[in-house]
Design a protein around this ligand. Structure first.
Ligand code: E4P
Length: 217
C-alpha cells in the first residue's frame, strides 16, 4: 500500500518525506486555504520535495475551465496529478487529460457507481472519502470493499486512493482490502508508529543495556 500525505503544509511534507515512507501528496482547496500561500507556488514546492504523484485540485466546475486550469497546473512539474471532482464535467476532463498522458485523481467519490464511472473515464486514482461517509452514518470501509471487488472483477487500472482517513484502523482495514493508496493527515501517519508496548520494551532494553556498561563501536 502506498502512503500519501494529505496536507499542503510544506514543512510537514519535508519532515515526513525524510522518513522515506512517503509515496505522494494530496492537497485540496481547504488545505491550501489553511496555508495562506499561493496555490501554484505550494504545488511547485511540494513537487520539489516529493517525487511521487502530487494532487492539485482544479477550482473550476465547468469542462473548459477545468481544462484551462489543468494545463496551468500540469506545467508546474511532471509529478502533478490533476484532481477533478466526480461530476460529468470532471469525468469528461479526466478522460481528455488521461488521454494526453496526464495523471488524474477523481475526488469526492461517495458511491461504488461513481467509482465505476471514474475507472471508465480512465482515472489514475479515485478518491473515496471514508471518514465523511462514517460521519453521516454510512460505512466508508464497505464502500472500499465494493470498489475493490468491482475494480478487481474488471482489472481496471485505476488505483483506489482511500481519502478522508481519520485513524490507523482506517489504514489497516483499507490495506486488508487491498486498497492501493491511503492519503493520511500528518497526525494519522505519525500515529501508525505508536504502540505502548514498543515504548515500554525499548525503555526496558535501554535500562538493561545501561547495566552492561558497554558501547557499540
Ligand atoms: C483527499 O484527497 C481529500 O481531500 C481529503 O482526504 C479529505 O479529508 P477530510 O474529509 O478529512 O477533509
Amino acid at each position: 500500500m502506498k502512503f500519501f500525505v494529505d496536507t499542503a503544509d510544506t514543512a510537514e511534507i519535508k519532515s515526513l518525506a525524510s522518513s522515506g515512507l512517503l509515496d505522494g501528496v494530496t492537497t485540496n482547496p481547504s488545505l491550501v486555504a489553511k496555508t495562506g500561500k499561493k496555490f501554484t507556488e505550494i504545488i511547485r514546492e511540494i513537487c520539489a520535495i516529493v517525487a511521487g504523484p502530487v494532487s492539485a485540485e482544479v477550482a473550476a466546475t465547468d469542462y473548459d475551465g477545468m481544462m484551462r486550469e489543468a494545463y496551468v497546473l500540469r506545467e508546474i512539474a511532471k509529478n502533478v496529478t490533476i484532481k477533478v471532482p466526480l461530476t460529468p464535467d470532471g469525468l469528461r476532463a479526466c478522460n481528455r487529460l488521461t488521454g494526453d498522458g496526464t495523471m488524474v485523481n477523481v475526488t469526492l467519490c461517495f458511491s461504488a457507481a461513481q467509482a465505476l464511472l471514474a475507472a471508465k473515464a480512465g482515472a489514475s486514482f479515485v478518491s473515496p472519502f471514508v471518514g465523511r461517509l462514517d460521519d453521516v452514518g454510512e460505512s466508508g470501509m464497505a464502500l472500499i470493499a465494493d470498489i475493490m471487488q468491482i475494480y478487481n472483477a474488471y482489472h481496471f487500472k485505476t488505483e483506489v486512493l482511500v481519502a478522508s482517513v481519520r485513524s490507523p484502523m482506517h489504514v489497516v482495514e483499507a490495506a486488508k482490502l487491498g486498497a492501493h493508496v491511503a492519503t493520511l493527515p500528518p497526525p494519522v501517519l505519525r500515529s501508525l508508529f505508536n504502540h505502548p508496548l514498543t515504548d515500554k520494551g525499548l525503555a526496558a532494553f535501554l535500562a538493561d543495556w545501561g547495566k552492561t556498561g558497554q558501547t557499540i563501536a
